[in-house]
Design a protein around this ligand. Structure first.
Ligand code: URA
Length: 236
């Protein structure tokens, strides 16, 4: 079957489809011995030989889907310029898995890792608007005006966010706990939205992606997703 080179690389678990496009453009990929930098290039998954950094890329592989409860103090990029620990250090599987989207260094909670490039693409592409739910500890307590601002979208980095939800679940003297749901994955989005309503985040944890919940998975631990959960994510 003929498939696009970036999909071939993603299916083989080399990188996400978007990262694979970068690798192609940087001249790291060859087809039948010739470097290819054209993104539209199609390859036959049975007869063509694809190499990345000079090594043959084998597409016959098993997909794995993992849920990690990411602790604070880990980056979701594979390599970090400051040499900080990466989430991939916590997941001991033989397949090369990649985080689906990002969680900040100082954010904890639900992170999916997989070598299925198609699912990663689907869950992270803005057009799919997959809901992500967080529990946040905020300074002060947002009032009804702030809650309405979330509902209508707030300005972050000069652009309005999609409508979001915020529900106060517990109040303390100086802080509150809130359940926040957003449909995008912009950089530090929840933190910036809370800054915008002047109730900055003191602690942030992702507890769900769509209906997929973190549950009582301990911090730093991971588990394989069930068939049912995988089917649910693929059908989102
Ligand atoms: N929003 C943030 O601000 N940080 C995250 O890690 C995820 C969403």
């Amino acid at each position: 079957m003929e498939i696009r080179l970036q999909k071939y690389l993603a299916d083989a678990g080399i990188a996400s489809r978007r990262k694979a496009e970068e690798l192609i453009q940087r001249g790291k990929v060859a087809v039948n011995g010739k470097v290819v930098t054209e993104l539209g290039t199609k390859v036959d998954d049975k007869t063509d030989t694809v190499t990345y950094n000079g090594k043959v890329v084998n597409i016959e592989r098993k997909y794995v889907y993992i849920m990690l409860n990411k602790p604070e103090g880990f980056v979701t990029t594979v390599k970090d310029q400051f040499n900080r620990p990466a989430v991939t250090d916590l997941v001991k599987v033989k397949e090369r898995v990649f985080p689906v989207g990002r969680l900040d260094y100082d954010t904890s909670g639900l992170l999916i890792l997989t070598n299925d490039g198609d699912l990663t693409y689907k869950l992270t592409h803005p057009k799919h608007e997959v809901e992500k739910t967080y529990i946040a500890k905020l300074f002060g307590t947002p009032d009804i005006n702030d809650i309405n601002k979330f509902k209508h979208g707030v300005h972050v980095d000069g652009r309005k966010t999609l409508p979001a939800k915020i529900e106060i679940i517990e109040k303390e003297e100086k802080y509150c706990y809130a359940k926040i749901t957003i449909k995008e994955g912009r950089n530090r989005q929840v933190r910036k939205m809370c800054d915008a309503i002047k109730h900055p985040v003191a602690m942030l944890k992702r507890v769900a992606t769509g209906d997929l919940e973190l549950g009582d998975l301990p911090k730093g631990k991971y588990r394989y997703l069930t068939e049912k959960e995988i089917r649910y994510l693929k059908n989102l």
